[in-house]
Design a protein around this ligand. Structure first.
Ligand code: VGL
Ligand code: ZN
Length: 199
């Protein structure tokens, strides 16, 4: 059984948003098409409290994209984004489809960031996504969403670790830093359980 997993397709990661990923609106027609080709769709949603400690605004003298130590983990500092119940945190219409079965939210604990849809960055807590997929006997995950080099990448790494077959739809994703993502992709391609539908 295969499933489409839409990662963080939220207004704040799209053009005009607080943490806009370059060229991210280019994914939308392709993602729309994908949602019509899968029986089941699951989404993740970045969902931060306003005082989340991944925000540069919470650290005097620090700037966006600086790296700090946050409670023992390296943390890139971001602009305020995906604040709970804000317009920027809403899923784009392309993800609000009738066959969207569940939304898994992440990043609610202000002390730790959560790039992966499965666990927070310290693997301290799960989101429940793995348990949900297991209960539904889902073994193959098709990925699209934002950003390729953060939440999509870490979600795919965890999915592979957990034993899923992973397919990345390249035309359905864009990176904050495409060069960085190209390198990450080379590493993933070593895994026989990973494949790419090229752009
Ligand atoms: C993301 C940075 C911070 C993402 C979320 O969805 O890739 N990136 N929060
Ligand atoms: Zn975030």
């Amino acid at each position: 059984m295969k499933t489409l997993l839409l990662i963080d397709i939220q207004h704040d990661f799209l053009p005009g948003g607080a943490l806009a990923v370059p060229d991210s609106d280019a994914i939308l027609p392709y993602v729309h098409e994908l949602t019509t080709n899968f029986e089941r769709v699951i989404a993740t949603q970045d969902w931060h409290p306003a005082n989340h400690e991944s925000f540069a605004s919470q650290h005097a003298g620090k700037a966006v994209f600086d790296t700090i130590d946050l409670h023992g983990l390296p943390q890139t500092l971001w602009p305020d984004h995906c604040i709970q119940n804000s317009a920027g945190a809403e899923l784009h219409d392309v993800a609000q489809v009738g066959n969207l079965e569940a939304i898994f939210r992440k990043g609610m604990d202000k002390e730790i960031d959560s790039y992966s849809g499965f666990y927070d960055n310290g693997r301290r807590r799960t989101t429940g996504l793995h348990g949900f997929l297991q209960e539904k006997a889902i073994t193959e995950l098709h990925f699209a969403g934002l950003a390729a080099d953060f939440c999509v990448y870490y979600s795919m790494v965890d999915a592979l670790d957990l034993g899923y077959k992973v397919v990345l739809h390249e035309q359905g994703t864009r990176a904050i830093d495409e060069a960085n993502f190209a390198e990450l992709l080379q590493n993933l391609k070593q895994n026989p359980q990973f494949s790419v539908v090229a752009r």
